[in-house]
Design a protein around this ligand. Structure first.
Ligand SMILES: Nc1ncnc2c1ncn2[C@@H]1O[C@H](COP(=O)(O)OP(=O)(O)OP(=O)(O)O)[C@@H](O)[C@H]1O
Ligand SMILES: [Mg+2]
Length: 248
């Protein structure tokens, strides 16, 4: 028997105030695969991630995570499932009044009873993994550059040793050098840290660096899905307009 996909969406639909944003999305993310969902601003990329994390409920369709349907689970039943997912929110979303150390250690302090020396070792390890110097742990988010904040957000999401990472626009607002560094970091995590991920973005360079598979979200549906090469050779004019930047 083959292993169930880590994430599976079946005919997902979600709308707000009578307007359908997602109009029947189906996809599967097997273990070891990084899926990049691309789409323009307002296409529904963040909605898609929030549905996967159980932070929103679909109007119709199913979301299966780790082989379990989550669309009707209570908040309480969702918690242990969410703790197996690392969510890097759009804009990094660190707690501004907490040091980098307390941000990265946050989930460990909340959900484990690890000794502080163990937490401190884990924080140091995570910071070095994402390319931040140990001194950064004593800083407040406001004292970091945008690129460093993104790295700290990734370290925080990794703290729980997730089985899947969800990245929302991890390169948004970064200059090309920092974007490239974050893209390379995400690709590096695939080797030994967390090999399964969903990345939502409108950054084609990021997709080219990290994607095993790409899905392009246009008008609430996937207009193209497949390997980056397959998607690039799509004959759909809307997909080509998106890829050449006309529709971004
Ligand atoms: N909680 C909500 N209540 C009402 N409307 C919402 C809500 N969340 C999302 N929407 C609407 O759904 C649509 C898709 O939003 P979403 O945030 O998923 O876009 P996105 O693809 O992530 O865009 P961006 O690239 O700008 O982040 C938008 O029109 C948005 O206004
Ligand atoms: Mg978004």
């Amino acid at each position: 028997m083959t292993e169930a996909p880590v994430i599976e969406a079946i005919d997902l639909r979600k709308g707000f105030n009578g307007r359908e944003v997602l109009r029947g999305l189906s996809f599967a993310v097997p273990k070891g695969v990084r899926l990049v969902i691309m789409g323009g601003s307002g296409a529904g990329k963040t909605v898609c991630l929030r549905l996967i994390a159980g932070l929103l409920r679909p109007d119709a369709g199913q979301v299966r995570v780790f082989g379990r349907n989550i669309e009707r689970l209570s908040e309480e039943a969702l918690l242990p499932i969410r703790r197996r997912m690392g969510y890097v929110f759009q804009g990094a979303a660190l707690f501004d009044s907490l040091t980098v150390y307390d941000n990265v250690a946050y989930a460990l302090h909340e959900h484990t009873s690890l000794a502080e020396s163990v937490v401190a070792d884990r924080v140091r390890h995570l910071l070095s993994l994402v390319g931040l110097e140990a001194e950064a742990q004593w800083k407040l988010p406001g004292e970091l550059s945008g690129g460093m904040r993104k790295r700290a957000g990734i370290a925080r999401a990794l703290a729980i040793e997730p089985e899947v990472m969800l990245f929302d626009e991890p390169t948004a607002g970064l200059d090309p050098t920092n974007s490239k560094m974050v893209a390379e970091l995400i690709a590096k995590l695939g080797t030994g840290v967390c090999d399964t991920a969903v990345v939502v973005t409108h950054d084609i360079e990021l997709a080219n660096t990290v994607a095993d598979r790409v899905a392009i979200l246009i008008d609430g549906r996937f207009a193209a899905t497949g390997t980056p090469e397959q998607v690039r050779s799509s004959r759909d004019p809307a997909v080509q307009a998106f890829l050449t930047g006309e529709a971004r």
